[in-house]
Design a protein around this ligand. Structure first.
Ligand SMILES: C[S@@+](CC[C@H](N)C(=O)[O-])C[C@H]1O[C@@H](n2cnc3c(N)ncnc32)[C@H](O)[C@@H]1O
Length: 209
């Protein structure tokens, strides 16, 4: 598992209304609870202080964006995903059904957050993303750790998730990142802080003032 391999995930090919997709998005709740990445992102936002705008990219079911709005009601929260606005997203979250590479939302006030999204992008797309967000204040990411131990942590979840999630979990780990790798792939000369744990790599890059 040394080389990074980005291959299609089944969930991305299913209609949002497909029962297998609905079940797999529910499975993602379990995985997110297990990995604690969303909780860590919320803590980092708290630590940044005086945040005015948060943009979640690849927001999925909108759970994290809704939590951000609930915890920080004064922050403008924008959620971007290819999906239509899912039911149950906090009413004050601005939902944008668009491709992150097409959005005009990024600006120098924004803090960009991503949970289990960045690994979908190949190295060229990561470079393009870094150009798009280069004016932003910070990016906070919780992504799979490309490491054999992450797979070992994933296998015990197999009885509790469907075939889509079983496939996508392993594909995500193989498309995930090694320690220190994201800083090289995202061409951003910011201050980086990174840690690994619970099958994830948690990274925060802040613009140097
Ligand atoms: C693995 S899901 C993660 C969803 C959510 N962040 C979570 O943790 O549950 C990745 C999401 O990225 C979205 N996505 C993939 N490529 C995208 C793109 N180019 N622009 C916007 N969203 C994208 C998919 O629709 C999907 O909802």
């Amino acid at each position: 598992m040394m080389e990074r391999v980005v291959k299609p995930e089944i969930l991305d090919s299913l209609e949002a209304s497909d029962p297998a997709a609905i079940r797999s998005r529910r499975d993602l709740r379990l995985i997110n609870w297990f990995m604690r990445g969303e909780k860590w992102i919320l803590e980092q936002l708290e630590g940044l202080g005086d945040v005015q705008k948060v943009i979640e990219i690849g927001a999925g079911d909108g759970h994290l964006a809704s939590q951000i709005k609930e915890q920080f009601p004064d922050i403008e929260v924008i959620a971007i995903d290819l999906l239509e606005r899912p039911a149950g997203v906090h009413s004050n979250v601005k939902w944008k059904s668009e491709n992150v590479f097409a959005t005009e939302s990024f600006d120098n006030e924004a803090v960009v957050v991503a949970n289990l999204f960045i690994h979908h992008l190949d190295n060229e797309e990561l470079w393009l993303l870094s150009k798009k967000i280069s004016n932003c204040r910070a990016i906070i990411m919780a992504e799979p750790h490309r490491y054999w131990f992450s797979k070992l942590l994933g296998y015990p979840l197999f009885p509790f998730v469907n075939h889509v999630t079983r496939h996508d979990m392993m594909a995500s780990i193989e498309a995930g990142f090694r320690f220190g790798e994201l800083a090289g792939l995202l061409d951003i000369d910011w201050h980086w802080d990174e840690r690994a744990g619970l099958g994830g790599i948690r990274s925060i890059a802040k613009k140097i003032k």
